[in-house]
Design a protein. Structure first.
Lengths: 284, 170, 252
């Protein structure tokens, strides 16, 4: 398809050293289904790269490969120069200390208050005086606008607030790479814009390399510098969001235009309809 | 933040303490380690030629009423008799000093205890006194031996419900 | 489902649980850094189980006293009541009943808690924060089970003895000195009391292993968590009773 189509501009993935994450020949079979078949992908440093695609194409699986939570069947995944599939568990943990990960459902620890949730990575990995922990946590909570909610429990928060707390927690240790897994799902337009603004601000002010997994194109085009569209186990298209939206290909047209049927079929693969209904004549 | 954490630690500490207290209680109160002490009491001594199955902490009874317990059982190195120390509750302080001590069995399979049979002396026992009249435990072997050899003894009368051969004592 | 696949499933579960035990043991050194979390878990599984353990201990002791008095009276051996009560409590009933109660009270909550953490991605979140859930979540609960269980069994035994004493001495009129005297004369610290403590330590480890294993491997759905909780109670009860028999046979 349009895999070979290349976008112009500064976000060219060609110079390998500029890429924070570099994936070559990724192949994954999950639950008997071929999820990725030779995916090549580069996440440039200091940019927000969006990974988009229809539901079920394995966007989350892809980021789980990057963080080493899930092993791929074949391929090379270089994160900041280290090949993830070859890392030991201890090395993986070292790698993850430099990665911030925002979960789809926030995944706050329900036993702890907002403050303790945000402080959790600090307490686990560094022995800091309580006063410093307090200052760092409150600065981060202030950044997401929830300093006043520090003593609340996660159950007392709305979905948008939980997402913001999770964001504060993910960035508490100044990660080199931030991964946002479906950060906009289930948020109302206000909360969505708040999260969007935070992601953009973080990137602009701290220069953090960001991976944004999402399927809301309207939101993505306002934040992302580069978009990868995954479909059918391959990179269907990539480029600047604006440019991608204007490109004329069946994938982009269907995905960005939101057409019900297209290269992504409306129907799940099935036997012949007439045969299923028991009309043998029609099958012939 | 530090507040609930501190209370967890205190509570957990208390729980562990309680568990060990329970273990200590069981070990000291219910097992052979036990060193039982009850209320105020005074000590009397009694020598028996044979104490049978008498155990420490066995009850001491007078007219069937418990008045104290066996404190210790030792062997007198000189007389080669069992030296039994008995603790009597201080409220039973008017036991005549010519009373006799005997070792009885409660029931057929029951445990042995020290029975005190009051004498007629106007003077009461004091702390550290010794029973002059004692009767040893009725061992089945002894009874048979006694019956066969008909050896005399100067001991106090056996308990009435004991085996027949004892009845021929004065 | 065929019999063979059922046996196969069961074997696979046992094997997986065995491997899980090894990974817990391997994670214990790392979990020592989360000492506070272990304390917190001892509080949850131990101190929070005290009420049920104490109540049941008291009643078990009382009914034991009543039943054994009735039986011993037939042989004129009521003097042995204290001994028999203490021996049956320390050697058998204390560890086993405490273990069954522990499985129902603490085991289920461990399974449900870990299962829900799995279902809400909290375990993945920890992995992503470079915190090993085995060291932070599972191992502290395992250690707490191993520590709390024998302590609870001791509390259960103590309350049982008190209950037996109340019924035997205060109600049925047995002699106080005979009760304690016979007991202390015939109960040995090491072969009876500590024997039971050993048993309960093993039971604590087994229940904590089953509970954390079920929680950790549950399918992340509400149905999965519900099934896992049930399985915790059922398998812990069976395994505890089976191990009890084996241990008794060897520790006699």
């Amino acid at each position: 398809m349009n895999t070979s189509n290349h976008s112009p501009g500064s976000d060219s993935p060609e110079p390998a050293s500029a890429a924070y994450v570099q994936i070559r020949g990724l192949r994954t079979v999950l639950g008997g289904k071929l999820l990725f078949d030779g995916v090549d992908l580069d996440i440039p440093r200091g940019k927000i790269t969006a990974i988009m695609g229809p539901s079920g194409t394995g966007k989350t699986t892809l980021v789980r490969h990057i963080t080493g939570q899930l092993a791929a069947d074949a391929g090379q995944i270089l994160v900041d120069g280290r090949n993830v599939p070859e890392l030991s568990r201890r090395q993986l943990f070292e790698l993850r200390e430099g990665i911030g990960y925002l979960f789809q459902n926030s995944a706050l620890l329900t036993d702890f208050s907002v403050f303790e949730n945000v402080a959790f990575p600090l307490r686990q990995h560094l022995r800091l005086p309580e006063e410093i922990v307090r200052n760092i946590v409150l600065t981060r909570l202030q950044a997401v606008g929830l300093r006043g909610a520090a003593q609340l429990m996660p159950a007392e928060l709305s979905g948008g607030m939980m997402r913001r707390v999770a964001l504060a927690r993910a960035m508490i240790r100044d990660p080199g790479l931030m991964i946002y897994d479906e950060p906009f799902v289930g948020l109302d337009p206000i909360a969505l814009n708040q999260v969007l603004k935070l992601i953009r601000t973080l990137n602009d002010t701290l220069g953090i390399t960001s991976i944004l997994v999402a399927h809301e194109f309207a939101a993505v085009r306002r934040a992302a510098d580069l978009v990868y569209l995954i479909a059918g186990g391959k990179i269907a298209a990539h480029g600047h969001p604006q440019e991608l939206a204007e490109r004329d290909s069946p994938w982009t047209r269907q995905f960005f235009g939101g057409e019900a049927d297209g290269p992504v079929p409306f129907e799940y693969p099935a036997r012949d309809y007439a045969l299923d209904l028991g009309f043998p004549a029609a099958a012939a | 933040m530090t507040q609930p954490r501190r209370s967890f630690q205190v509570g957990t500490g208390l729980f562990i303490l309680l568990g060990f207290a329970a273990l200590a209680y069981l070990a000291t109160q219910t097992t052979s380690v036990a060193n039982y002490t009850d209320g105020d009491n005074y000590l009397l001594k009694a020598k028996f030629s044979n104490i049978g199955q008498l155990k420490q902490r066995a009850p001491v009874k007078l007219a069937g009423v418990r008045i104290g317990s066996v404190k210790s059982i030792e062997l007198d190195p000189q007389t080669l008799e069992a030296l039994v120390t008995i603790g009597i509750d201080t409220r039973f302080h008017e036991i005549p000093d010519d009373s006799a001590a005997a070792i009885f069995t409660s029931g057929l399979l029951g445990d042995q205890y020290v029975g005190v049979q009051p004498g007629g002396s106007p003077v009461a026992f004091k702390d550290g006194d010794e029973f002059i009249l004692t009767q040893s435990s009725m061992q089945l072997e002894d009874l048979i031996g006694k019956f066969l050899v008909s050896g005399d003894s100067s001991k106090a009368p056996a308990k009435p419900d004991a085996a027949d051969p004892a009845a021929k004592n004065p | 489902m065929s019999r063979r696949s059922l046996t196969g499933d069961a074997l696979a579960q046992v094997g997986a649980a065995g491997l899980f035990l090894f990974s817990i043991l391997a994670a214990i050194p790392k979990s020592l850094r989360h000492f506070r979390e272990t304390l917190r878990q001892i509080w949850f599984v131990g101190a929070m189980s005290l009420v049920i353990i104490m109540t049941c201990g008291l009643f078990v002791g009382m009914v034991l006293s009543l039943q054994l008095y009735y039986t011993l009276a037939k042989f004129g051996g009521t003097a042995a009541l204290g001994t028999v009560v203490a021996l049956s409590l320390f050697r058998e009933l204390g560890p086993v009943v405490t273990a069954l109660l522990f499985a129902g009270r603490a085991g289920t909550s461990m399974t449900a808690e870990i299962g829900l953490m799995r279902a809400t991605d909290q375990l993945s979140a920890m992995e992503m924060m470079a915190v090993d859930p085995l060291a932070y979540v599972v191992a502290p609960r395992f250690i707490a089970g191993v520590i709390a269980m024998p302590l609870l069994a001791c509390v259960f035994n103590a309350l049982g003895i008190l209950g037996a004493h109340a019924v035997g001495v205060s109600w049925l009129g047995l002699d106080n000195g005979t009760f304690w005297g016979n007991m202390s004369a015939n109960v040995e610290v090491w072969s009876d009391l500590v024997n039971g403590v050993w048993k309960s330590t093993v039971f604590g480890a087994v229940i904590a292993l089953i509970a954390t294993f079920q929680g950790y491997t549950t399918p992340p759905t509400s149905e999965g968590v519900a099934y896992a909780t049930t399985r915790t109670v059922v398998s812990s009860s069976i395994v505890v009773l089976a191990i009890d028999f084996v241990m008794t046979a060897f520790l006699m």
